[in-house]
Write a protein that binds this ligand. Structure first.
Ligand code: CA
Ligand code: CA
Ligand code: CA
Ligand code: CA
Length: 459
């Protein structure tokens, strides 16, 4: 799904707002420019990071006091023991009569402030979602052209990621087998789905249903993950998108039902950042990324994004160096090197952006691309996977391409528990099949090949 800024004036399609400038005029990548175009945001709310040494409690002339603001919540600030060492990362309520623009302008040159950002509102874009929503009653491995393409859908044989070949080497590990955690940061996951249940992460420190935060991580009864939108322990998916992504990553293999994920055995953590109507805000996204980081996710899968940057979301990814974050390139068909899309364009080493290909190894007509800002392609057209209620459906989008790569990254990390992010990234990018449609349109020029990525000698 694509996070659309919920602009008060209707936005024309992204394709039509794409700059017509020649490549030489393309903007150089810079940090997020929150003040350039704020889009829609929660009125009177501000996300703010202080610089080290400037905390809320340390003095009576704090940033919060000088704004006359009230603290709604505090995000984690990894990196130091004391707030005075790290600064603070806060969710603030501004006093009546002070606008977000006024507060940001006032703080722009304040030496105590690392950044301030609006609490941006994001909405799902239904484009390319539910393209063929009719549930399939008799799904099976043979329909998953992305994993193994023998021309069964009329496409080109072997325009696929070579999953069966990879499974000859390694087929993933569940939590009890010590498998790495893959966090699906999305609309939640139907953790009771018969084709997902056995591959769901279970919080080892939490006793279900006792109303107590047994592991002291700040969330009560967070058994299979976290609902960051509502800030509770139930990440059930009432929308469908997150469950579909989870199935591509790790639907249970060899269980006699349904489909199979890139990891037949997996350890899937559900992190729900959208409500079931497909809305969210920057604060919920930050909470979700921080939960996944804190609870040890090795890989995160992010099938969302859009043209509005937000400094607090970028900060959450940057403060998560222990994980590799796979993100969708976007579904508006434009070049991300010309017109940025986030999180793909945050310019962080721990973010890998994914374009969508079809069963002929062509770039999907909707897929965004970019030689600088999009790393590789993966199958993303007519992808069959799990949806809530024990069902299956076929969706299209870079949202569907991303979990193929997230699954591959998880499989590689499962086979190589000590692998660095740098090597993992290199394997994903170098272990591709070069295809003409991605030449000059992605950094690697290739479409994911999980067998090659798993087995190649790195150059
Ligand atoms: Ca193949
Ligand atoms: Ca807990
Ligand atoms: Ca509990
Ligand atoms: Ca299955």
């Amino acid at each position: 799904m694509i996070l659309r800024p919920n602009l008060s004036t209707p936005q024309t399609t992204s394709r039509s707002v794409a700059p017509k400038a020649a490549p030489s005029a393309e903007p150089t990548q810079t940090g997020p420019q929150d003040s350039a175009s704020l889009g829609e945001y929660k009125p009177g709310e501000l996300l703010l990071r202080t610089r080290p040494g400037f905390s809320l409690a340390s003095n009576n002339n704090s940033v919060v006091d000088s704004l006359g603001a009230q603290v709604l919540g505090s995000f984690d600030t990894p990196g130091g023991i004391h707030k005075s060492e790290t600064g603070e990362f806060l969710h603030l309520k501004l006093p009546a009569g002070v606008s977000v623009e006024q507060a940001m302008a006032k703080l722009a040159d304040d030496p105590r402030v690392e950044f301030s950002a609006p609490n941006t509102i994001y909405k799902l874009d239904e484009f390319q979602m539910n393209q063929n929503p009719a549930p399939v009653d008799d799904p099976d491995m043979g329909k998953l052209w992305g994993l193994n393409n023998e021309g069964q859908t009329g496409g080109k044989a072997d325009a696929d990621i070579d999953a069966p070949e990879a499974w000859q080497i390694h087929a993933g590990r569940t939590q009890s087998q010590g498998g790495p955690i893959i966090a699906v940061i999305d609309t939640g996951v139907d953790y009771n789905h018969p084709d997902l249940q056995a591959n769901m992460w279970v919080n080892p420190g939490e006793i279900p249903g006792d109303g107590i935060d047994n592991d002291g991580n700040g969330v009560i009864d967070d058994v299979h993950g976290y609902n960051a939108f509502s800030d509770n322990g139930d990440p059930m998916d009432g929308q469908g998108h997150g469950t579909h992504c989870a199935g591509t990553i790790g639907a249970v293999g060899n269980n006699g039902v349904g489909v199979v994920g890139v990891n037949q055995n997996a350890n899937i953590m559900a992190v729900k950042i959208f409500n079931d109507e497909g809305s969210t805000d920057a604060a919920a996204i930050v909470r979700g990324i921080q939960y996944a980081t804190k609870m040890g996710a090795r890989i995160t899968s992010n099938s969302w994004g859009g043209p509005l940057p937000n400094s607090a979301i970028r900060e959450a990814f940057e403060q998560s160096p222990s994980a590799l974050h796979l993100v969708a390139a976007g579904n508006s068909g434009y070049n991300n090197d010309w017109l940025p899309s986030f999180p793909a364009n945050y310019g962080l080493d721990n973010i890998v952006a994914v374009a969508a290909t079809d069963h002929n190894d062509e770039l999907a007509s909707f897929s965004q691309y970019g030689k600088k800002n999009v790393d590789l392609g993966a199958p993303g057209v007519d992808i069959l996977s799990t949806v809530p209620g024990g069902k299956y459906a076929t969706y299209s989008g870079t949202s569907m391409a991303t979990p193929h790569v997230s699954g591959a990254a998880t499989l590689i990390a499962s086979q190589n528990p000590d692998i660095t992010n740098e090597e993992l990234r290199a394997r994903l990018e170098q272990g591709t099949d070069k295809v003409a449609a991605l030449d000059g349109k992605t950094a690697s020029g290739g479409r994911l090949n999980v067998h090659k990525a798993l087995t190649m000698e790195l150059g």
